[in-house]
Design a binder for this molecule. Structure first.
Ligand code: NAP
Length: 265
């Protein structure tokens, strides 16, 4: 299926590895020009070079990189200056650390809210009006399955991401936006095989004294699909949310978790 977005411009945050890179790859594969943002310049340049070298449409699109911290005003300015008039924005940054609510002070909360709620809102604010003027826009916020089923040790994530989810639910349904070609959705990852998941499992192995492969096997066994998702699978769904075909899909929380969420709805 041709997603009908070749030639559009996308800003993909957190794009040097993991889920963000999966989204950048899928969009570039659809002929979308991509501005890739991450803090670490070496990994970012290597990811962009590998994407450029790939066969197919991805090798023909324009790929720009911005090494910046998207949670800072300067970082966002640099990302927005790389191209004027983004058609697609993928909001993404590191998730907050796990822990106990007794240990989180005001600073920890403000950092989580800044990273996982206010940064996406700032980028929406900066790009939405241009999308409305051009009559086309797709905004996808990478959040977490924790929004639907909270994870006890990820309280900072549960809280900050729920704030973003509530805000987006209202904004996406505003007729001034929904009737003018712009959709805003959240994509909720369950467990995906990325560096972040590897680090979490490493932490669990150290804490429990169990071998890493046992932790991995145990976690996979809890997922009906019996495996972790891949960044490519995540990117493919993201690209569909950005497609012309998905024009009637807005204000949704799309859960991608191999069946792990146990609810009927
Ligand atoms: P990852 O493999 O660690 O990749 C994170 C990417 O984001 C990297 O490219 C990283 O590069 C970049 N990044 C992080 N903070 C940034 C910042 N402040 N500014 C710009 N770039 C930044 O993580 P992931 O697994 O793809 O996770 C992506 C998001 O999904 C996170 O918020 C995570 O909590 C959430 N999530 C993931 C899973 C999962 O199973 N993987 C499940 C639920 C939720 P630099 O470090 O160089 O900046």
């Amino acid at each position: 299926m041709d997603l009908g977005i070749a030639g559009k411009w996308a800003l993909v945050c957190g794009a040097s590895k993991g889920l963000g890179l999966g989204c950048a790859q899928a969009l570039a594969g659809e002929g979308v020009n991509v501005v890739m943002v991450a803090r670490g310049v070496e990994t970012l340049e290597a990811a962009a070079a590998a994407l450029c070298a790939s066969a197919g449409r991805a090798s023909k699109v324009q790929l720009l990189t911005v090494a910046a911290d998207i949670t800072t005003a300067a970082g966002r300015e640099a990302a927005l200056a790389a191209h004027s008039g983004y058609d697609i924005v993928i909001n993404n940054a590191a998730g907050p650390p796990p822990g106990s609510f007794r240990d989180w002070d005001r600073e920890a909360w403000l950092k989580a809210i800044d990273t996982n709620m206010l940064t996406p809102i700032e980028l929406i604010k900066a790009t939405l009006d241009g999308m409305l003027e051009r009559g086309f826009g797709r905004i996808v916020n990478i959040t977490s399955s924790a929004v639907k089923a909270p994870i006890d040790i990820l309280g900072l994530s549960n809280g900050a991401r729920s704030g973003l989810t509530g805000f987006v639910a209202g904004l996406a349904r505003n007729p001034d936006i929904a009737a003018r070609g712009v959709t805003i959705n959240n994509l909720l990852p369950g467990k995906f095989d990325t560096d972040r998941l590897a680090a979490t499992m490493q932490g669990a192995a150290q804490k429990t004294g169990k071998p890493l492969q046992d932790i991995r096997a145990m976690q996979q066994a809890q997922i009906p699909a019996q495996r972790f998702g891949t960044a490519q699978e995540f990117g493919a769904v993201c690209a569909f949310l950005c497609s012309q075909q998905a024009a009637y899909l807005t204000g949704q929380n799309v859960l991608l978790d191999g069946g792990a969420y146990p609810g009927t709805y």
